[in-house]
Design a protein around this ligand. Structure first.
Ligand SMILES: NC(=O)c1ccc[n+]([C@@H]2O[C@H](COP(=O)([O-])OP(=O)(O)OC[C@H]3O[C@@H](n4cnc5c(N)ncnc54)[C@H](OP(=O)(O)O)[C@@H]3O)[C@@H](O)[C@H]2O)c1
Length: 271
């Protein structure tokens, strides 16, 4: 029987393995992802990726200031990206099957999680919300086109669940881990079972930190905006638990307006 550790390793191919298995681009194992066209081409293989690794292909994409802040210190909404980077963010949303954020971001920003700046399909919105705190009037559960999946823990109230079902929300129960939060391995099983081949993880800090610590990232697309904020750091106080630092591979820097976009893969070494 495979141990949890083995399963996790199988689910997190290192960059070399990923390249060799042909999931980066057909007949071009060394090609890095450096544009939305490359990402789209990569995601043509996302169904095979899910079949092989039993989880969706995961792109972590967010905007930060030069000092690594993704929000102001008091969690007030903060416009970091310039208009062109915003458009890129919507392009990334539109090529992924799903977009995932934490309840902290819902409460702070009340995002719609839709594609508006380009013509493109809307991804399936997913909220990690262990205790069903999503407000019934949150924009992401007031949409006509889709029911947002609210991933919650096992012990939540039936009344809250029913109220959410009356708006555009679909509560889905998932196992929790020792920290009381949604267990990301169990979540991967859930999403793979629901045929979600690719996920864009947009934030916030706690969610990004959890995905990194679970080695659940295949591609980074990070906008660096020319601002200093001194706010909420992208890696929350837990920091990286897997290593002292994570080195990236296949790094490409793109200027977009006043911003820099970092396209990179995590340099996992499976042990
Ligand atoms: N600049 C950007 O690109 C960007 C993008 C997105 C968000 N943000 C900013 O990020 C801030 C919010 O970040 P945040 O860290 O406070 O909240 P968050 O990461 O959005 O949500 C964290 C919450 O999600 C729930 N959760 C459930 N399972 C989890 C798991 N396995 N790992 C982590 N969280 C889990 C937990 O609440 P429960 O225990 O209640 O479930 C947790 O407190 C906002 O200010 C927002 O503006 C910035």
């Amino acid at each position: 029987m495979l141990s949890n550790k083995t399963v996790k390793a199988c689910r997190s191919p290192d960059a070399e393995t990923l390249a060799k298995t042909g999931h980066i681009a057909e007949n071009d194992a060394d090609k890095s992802i450096r544009s939305i066209a490359d990402l789209k081409a990569q995601l043509n293989y996302a169904a095979q990726f899910r079949a092989k690794y039993s989880r969706p292909f995961i792109t972590i994409s967010y905007a930060q200031s030069i000092d690594g802040s993704i929000a102001s210190r008091d969690n007030a909404p903060l416009e970091l990206s310039g208009p062109q980077s915003w458009t890129l963010t919507h392009q990334v949303r539109s090529v992924c099957d799903a977009i995932l954020i934490g309840i902290g971001t819902v409460l702070a920003d009340d995002p719609q999680l839709s594609v508006r700046r380009i013509d493109g399909k809307n991804p399936q919105p997913i909220i990690l919300d262990t205790h069903l705190r999503t407000p019934l009037d949150a924009k992401c559960v007031q949409r006509d086109d889709v029911s947002t999946w609210i991933i919650n823990g096992e012990t939540d109230s039936i009344a809250t669940r029913r109220s959410l079902e009356k708006v555009s929300a679909r509560p889905l129960t998932c196992a929790t881990g020792p920290d009381g939060k949604i267990d990301l391995d169990a979540l991967m099983d859930l999403l793979a079972g629901m045929k979600i081949n690719s996920v864009m993880v947009e934030g916030g800090a706690r969610v990004i930190t959890s995905f990194l610590n679970a080695r659940l990232v295949d591609q980074f697309i990070i906008t660096i905006a020319p601002k200093l904020v001194g706010g909420l750091s992208v890696l929350n106080s837990r920091g990286l638990e897997i290593a002292q630092s994570l080195e990236c591979d296949q790094v490409h820097y793109q200027h977009l307006g006043n911003d820099i976009i970092v396209w990179a893969r995590p340099g996992w070494k499976v042990t």
